[in-house]
Each structure stands twice: as C-alpha cells, then as structure tokens.
Design a protein around this ligand. Structure first.
Ligand SMILES: C[S@@+](CC[C@H](N)C(=O)[O-])C[C@H]1O[C@@H](n2cnc3c(N)ncnc32)[C@H](O)[C@@H]1O
Length: 325
C-alpha cells in the first residue's frame, strides 16, 4: 500500500477497517501456503545496538523483578519458555547466563533477523562477565547453548502438547496477538511444574492500527467485522484486562495482575509503584474511555471504565509447590 493511500484509508475508521479485512484475508492465504514470514516482531530492526541492548536488558530485568515482587520467585532457573521472542534471542542469552538450564523460544511467525545486527548484540552480551560460556564458538555466529527454537506454531498449539514441563513461561507484547490467549494461558498453566511461574507483560494498545484517531477506536468496531480484521494477521485480539483478571481468578494459581500504563498516557509505572497511578492520571484516562465507550460493542461497554483505561499490564501466576509426603 502506498503511503498516500495508507493516509487516505486511515482518515476514516470504516475505510481503515475495510483495508484491514482485505489485508487479513491475504495474510490468511499466505499462512495457508506456508509463508510464516512476519515483520510484527521486528523490534530490533529499528534500534541502534545500544538501544537493542537497553531493550533486552529491560525485558529481562522486568521478568526477574515481576517474578520476585509479585510471586516471590527469587531466580528464574530450570527450563524456561520465552513466548514470542521476536527478532533476537538476547533475553534467552541473559536467562541462560543467569543459570537457566534450557530456554525454549516459541513463536508463531518467522521474523526476518538481521544476522549482522544480531551477531553484534551477542558479541556485546558476551563481553559481559559470565556470558561468553553461553555461546558455542564465536558469539557473532549466534549458536546459543541450551536454546531450542520452536517456530511456525501458535503458542496455543505448542502448549497443548509441550515437549516437557516448564519452571517459567515468559512473554512481553505477545498475549494480545494470540487468537485465544485465555485458552493459551490454560495450556501454559497446565505445562508449569510445581512452583513454576508465568510472567506476561501485555500491551493493550491498538498497535498503530488507527493512528491519528482516538486510542480506543479499535474497541468500537462490531465484533464480526473486527474478527475479520485480525484472525490471520496477529493484530490485537481485544481481550481486555477484566478478561485476564477473571482468568486468573478461575485458574487456581496464585498470582497478581498489575496495571503498568494508562490509555493515552506515555508514562510507564516502575515495578516499585505497580498499580499506584496518581488519581488525576486515572481520572484523565477514564475520561478518555468515556469519549468512545457508548460506541463499543455491549461486551466491552459493560466493562468498568477503570479497566478499559488500562493500556498495559503484567500478569504473574504461580503453581503451588507439591507438598512433601
Ligand atoms: C510485538 S512482538 C514482541 C516481540 C518481543 N517479545 C519483544 O518484546 O520485542 C510479538 C511477537 O509475538 C509473536 N506471536 C504472535 N502471535 C503468536 C502466537 N499465537 N504464538 C506465539 N507467538 C506469537 C510474533 O511473531 C512476535 O514475535
């Protein structure tokens, strides 16, 4: 699509929706023909080396700190699943260097990885104390000991028949792309070892689908149309924070769900202030919700405004340890 056509289409939510239905149909044909290439996880393609390292460190450090502060897990060790790693295995490298035995990287799509950039990331990581031993040969070659890659299958399918059980299952900016994230979570929960923990950071924004419009425009389209826009392309699934909270309550796992970011507000809460938004920020986000709530399908309209105001959150859930004896 040319930039001017894109601009024209995006001026109106209905023409944009029609364009997304068309694009999703083509994506469905491509998937059926076995073309799994995707740009959606191309995080590092737009980063400098320093930005890539800072991003990978943040993703890794958030997993560690959320597991500790919200589930009391002191170390991420054993066999770990990283769901939807995107276009770098740098987080897996850090987990392995910290003492994980194995990391399984599970992704529905195959990202175009820039080998040169990727090699530079691994070389920079290997220069840190204790990291070089994770690589088999030169770090730039990217052979990572203990990493197994599972590509081309949605997480929902991988966890229906996993190759083993996991001590930790981690994801960032992934669950919102699953067709059925709650089924995915059920299956991930079943794949956890006793004492195992899940940490999922979920981005509930529209991922730029309706740029220039109200940030919740994507929640205003009727369900049958929205389904046609997203079912093959991995665009956001409109499963919202209240759905995840209800999942956690019925899961039988101990856990927590904490908001990190509000609609239309760039600020991300640091882990030390999880869920503690200042009242004026929350009121402003709820006012933003009120601008479009009446146009949402009934299922979403019925949700509490404070829930619809959450645009990013972390969900942590832990399976109980087996009792001795
Ligand atoms: C926005 S990217 C996030 C990548 C990385 N976690 C990060 O934080 O930069 C979403 C990733 O999820 C993957 N993905 C989308 N749907 C998936 C599914 N059903 N199962 C597993 N991975 C999926 C995409 O291919 C992509 O790698």
């Amino acid at each position: 699509m040319t930039a001017s056509l894109k601009h024209l289409v995006k001026r109106n939510r209905w023409t944009a929706a029609a364009a997304y239905v068309g694009h999703d149909f083509v994506q469905g044909l491509r998937l059926r023909l076995g073309d799994l290439a995707s740009e959606s996880g191309a995080t590092h393609a737009r980063f400098s080396l320093a930005e890539s390292l800072a991003y990978l460190d943040r993703v890794h450090d958030d997993y560690v700190s959320f597991a500790r502060t919200l589930a009391g897990v002191e170390r991420l060790a054993g066999t770990i699943a990283e769901v939807g790693p995107g276009d770098s295995y740098g987080v897996a490298v850090r987990l392995l260097a910290d003492g994980a035995e194995a990391v399984h990287a599970i992704d529905r799509f195959v990202q175009r990885i820039d080998r040169e950039r990727d090699g530079a990331i691994y070389e920079a990581l290997a220069a840190r104390p204790g990291v070089a031993r994770v690589f088999d040969g030169s770090p730039a070659a990217g052979r990572i000991k203990g990493l197994s890659v599972y590509r081309g299958k949605p997480a929902e399918e991988h966890f229906a028949a996993p190759p083993g059980r996991y001590d930790a299952i981690l994801s960032r900016a992934v669950l919102e792309h699953l067709q059925d994230p709650l089924l995915g979570l059920d299956r991930m929960a079943a794949a956890l070892r006793p004492g195992g923990v899940m940490v999922h950071v979920v981005d509930l924004s529209d991922h730029g689908m309706f740029e220039g419009h109200h940030p919740l425009t994507f929640l205003t389209l009727p369900d049958p149309i929205y389904r046609l826009m997203v079912r093959n392309s991995g665009r956001p699934n409109r499963v919202v924070v209240a759905d995840y909270r209800a999942w956690l309550e019925r899961s039988g796992l101990a856990g927590a769900l904490q908001a990190l970011k509000l609609v239309g507000d760039g600020a991300v809460l640091p882990p030390s202030e999880l869920g503690q938004f200042p009242a004026p920020s929350l009121a402003a986000a709820e006012a933003r919700v009120a601008q479009v709530r009446a146009r949402m399908p009934e299922r979403l309209r019925k949700m509490a405004p404070a829930d619809l105001a959450v645009s990013s959150f972390v969900l942590v859930a832990r399976r109980a340890m087996q009792r001795a004896g």
